[in-house]
Design a protein around this ligand. Structure first.
Ligand code: 5RP
Length: 269
């Protein structure tokens, strides 16, 4: 792999453990003022020391992240639709490669909607982004978005992840599912999992643990961290699952210990 491309990937997936904790804060690009991200800088700032990578939109990056901070950025570069619009899958590329370079990003993230009415459009968005990324040594993260009608099973997610890798994504974000090891086995590039909607902390730690044990290289988690009753305690526990292989009981205990020490200091709401 080209030196620049490998160097950027190594900033995201840490070479010492081969794993990563990505903090997703890109939700506003189609959800608007998501709970916990209304004042994004207030939410993001205390979590940065615990995140291996931050995944914002360009707007949040410019407005709410201090440029002096030393965290690799995987920039959300797809969008153009909304939760109230006619089709969630109707996405285009929303950031010019020159601006991604100007923002010094380590990676670019784009959603693909396999099986949706805009499947072809989103897959060719991916190939265009990969071409631009290859030109400048910037890896692309493909996000396998699912519509309400799509079943999140190993067969479907395996199909999405494999297609993303075949089209040139350097790593893929997908959902955890039963038989996730089959999704991992058939995907030649590293996988990270999304957290999904907020669930109880122990369940989210279980999700992270199961994904890691099945071969994911990490998490790209948003709501289950920043909507937690204690976001800093939660990201610390997730880190220990991802980088230290601790089990769910230990991780939940760590979460509770850190939570009781911090009181309400790190709460988002
Ligand atoms: C949508 C996305 C999100 O905007 C976000 O990154 C998801 O994170 P989480 O589900 O953990 O809140 O990728 O496809």
């Amino acid at each position: 792999m080209d030196w620049g491309m490998q160097n950027r990937l190594s900033r995201i997936i840490k070479p010492d453990t081969g794993r990563t904790v990505m903090l997703a804060v890109d939700h506003g690009y189609f959800l608007g003022p998501t709970t916990g991200l209304e004042d994004a800088s207030k939410t993001i700032e205390p979590l940065l020391p615990y995140a291996d990578t931050l995944m914002p939109t360009r707007g949040v990056l410019r407005a709410s992240v201090d440029p002096d901070v030393d965290v690799p950025i995987v920039l959300r570069v797809s969008g153009g639709q909304s939760i109230v619009g006619p089709a969630l899958s109707d996405e285009g590329i929303t950031v010019a490669i020159e601006d991604a370079i100007r923002l010094n990003v380590s990676g670019m993230a784009l959603s693909i909607y396999v099986g949706s009415e805009h499947e072809h459009q989103t897959l060719t968005n991916l190939t265009k982004l990969v071409d631009a990324g290859e030109k400048y040594g910037i890896p692309v993260l493909a996000v396998t978005a699912v519509g309400r009608e799509m079943t999140r099973d190993a067969r479907y997610l395996g199909l999405c992840c494999r297609i993303a890798a075949e089209l040139g994504a350097k790593f893929v974000k997908t959902y955890y599912c039963e038989d996730f090891d089959k999704v991992v086995e058939s995907c030649p590039v590293p996988l990270v999992i999304a957290g999904g909607k907020k669930i109880p902390e122990r369940d989210a730690l279980q999700l992270a643990y199961d994904a890691i044990q099945s071969g994911a290289v990490g998490v790209d988690m948003g709501r289950n961290i920043f909507q937690s009753e204690d976001p800093v305690a939660m990201i610390s526990a997730v880190r220990a699952v991802v980088h230290e292989n601790i089990n769910v009981d230990e991780a939940f205990e760590l979460f509770n210990n850190l939570k009781s020490k911090s009181g309400s200091a790190s709460k988002v709401h």
